[in-house]
Design a protein around this ligand. Structure first.
Ligand SMILES: Nc1ncnc2c1ncn2[C@@H]1O[C@H](COP(=O)(O)OP(=O)(O)OP(=O)(O)O)[C@@H](O)[C@H]1O
Ligand SMILES: [Mg+2]
Length: 259
């Protein structure tokens, strides 16, 4: 079932490397084909980043722009991360649009006297045609998201071939994006939610066994049971176990080691 298992600390980038998750791949592909916006939710280490990247990369006619928002410190930091995520062939377009707004483009950051939200809107607008924008761990924007809601609303209207995938592990992300008081900017066009549930024990077992077979280590059933009991069924933890186990013998105390 699913792609070939190769344990690696990097997020997966192609669907051939995604184990299981057929249903979620189908759902996400369906939505992206229609230029929809998506909220991809799941616990830490459930494979959100991998799913978002690998499904987006199947769309060869669209560009994927990935912005890592882990521990982002407000909107200015968001702007710098967004700008530095723009692929080289699009930078000139973004630069022209920013310079027309009086934004100064420095080596490490942008400086400007206008509102941060105006800058964000200008950047996204200038690259939004046929684009999938992944805002990974968007919940870390915290209150910043509130300020961005009107921007998202305008982008929904002005960028028909833009999809945004918001990922996060907190339910707060959905609340902020969908339950704005007063005006209802995204109401009626709410991003569709996809939840990544932890695997069943059976799938997790298959994943571990396939990965260990792939790196040709000898294991027994006791080890597999011990690992599943200690680490649970979230792919990220099993993957870290696998990365280590492919080069070292099995030791007890897995949770202490990796948690
Ligand atoms: N379906 C999958 N099949 C195979 N490997 C996977 C799968 N999903 C994730 N992985 C692997 O598990 C690890 C963790 O996945 P990923 O970083 O995508 O999860 P996450 O939910 O984004 O985690 P975090 O909470 O740390 O952001 C990655 O190294 C990735 O290669
Ligand atoms: Mg992630």
């Amino acid at each position: 079932m699913g792609g070939k298992v190769i344990f690696s600390k990097k997020p997966r980038q192609s669907v051939e490397e995604i184990f299981d998750r057929e249903e979620e791949i189908k759902q996400l592909s369906f939505l992206l084909e229609r230029n929809e916006w998506v909220i991809l939710l799941g616990p830490r280490m459930s494979g959100k980043t991998s799913l978002a990247l690998s499904v987006s990369n199947t769309f060869s006619n669209r560009k994927t722009i990935y912005v890592d928002l882990v521990k982002v410190k407000g909107l200015k930091d968001f702007i710098n991360r967004l700008y530095s995520s723009i692929p080289k062939n699009l930078v000139d377009k973004v630069r022209d649009s920013l310079e027309s707004l009086g934004v100064k483009i420095g080596v490490a950051s942008l400086s400007f006297r206008i509102r941060s939200t105006t800058v964000i809107e200008a950047i996204i607008k200038s690259i939004c045609s046929d684009t999938i924008l992944i805002l990974d761990e968007a919940q870390d924007l915290k209150q910043g998201i509130n300020h961005l809601i009107p921007v998202f609303h305008r982008l929904l209207n002005s960028c028909p071939s833009l999809s945004i995938i918001f990922t996060g592990s907190a339910i707060g992300l959905i609340k902020t994006l969908l339950e704005q008081k007063g005006e209802k900017p995204l109401a009626g066009r709410r991003p569709t939610e996809i939840f990544l549930k932890p695997w069943s024990e059976e799938i997790a077992r298959e994943y571990l066994i396939e990965g260990l077979d792939e790196c040709k280590v000898k294991y027994n059933e006791k080890e597999i049971n011990e690992v599943l009991q200690e680490l649970g069924t979230l792919v990220g933890w099993l993957n870290i176990y696998g990365v280590n186990r492919c080069i070292k013998p099995h030791e007890g105390g897995t949770k202490r080691q990796y948690n």
